[in-house]
Design a protein around this ligand. Sequence first.
Ligand code: ARG
Length: 235
Amino acid sequence: ETANGTVNEDKLIMGTNAEFPPYEYYGDDGEVTGIDVEIAQAIADKLDLKLQVEDMNFDSIITAVQSGKADVGIAGMTVTEDRLKNVNFTDSYATGVQVVIVKEGSDITTVDDLFADGANHSIGVQSGTTGDIYCTDDIEGKKLGTVERFNKGADAVQALIAGKIDCVVIDNQPAKEFVAANEGLKILDTEYVTEDYAIAIKKGNDKLTEKINGALKELKDEGKVQEILDKYINA
Ligand code: ARG
């Protein structure tokens, strides 16, 4: 382990899943871009490290952090009690909300409709996300409906458009982008769960966690985090 706590002396390797606009996605230039990449770059600059972005399935990121394939998981990742058993999390840098996307005219009009007795909706999620975990526990686990898991949120949205599923549960910012990019979809007004996004680091790597918390605090105090959020999110 190096002075910064990174695997390589001169690099910060970011594991992410670039299927999550505006946090991470492929830009027109074919590079991964977005809020998380800019925040990671700003952190890397502060720590005098070169940022390397590794795109992978969302449900592989924690393993990549545990195995040292990535120094950090930065992927709009929600802090949960379960994940805290496997990784460290830094301080939070943003919040997200799980929302429900439906087709216009859907019989699902509030989040509660998903939990109604005999509802039996099929719900699309991105595999391994909190949307997946909540719906699996709260809905499928209680036999109130079924969960269809997709590698990409965008694929869940396409399945919704094709009428193969009844709704998609996903974070609010990508939801807004998916709804804007496709006709005939809407986000329900009622929200499912509010969450904190933070950076995942190998469990017990307190050195890197402290370094990144220090850099994050500076970036927050300088207004840089807010500036990056504002650049990608219009209120
Ligand atoms: N916030 C959710 C979670 O942590 C979804 C994150 C998905 N991120 C991504 N880059 N695909 O489970």
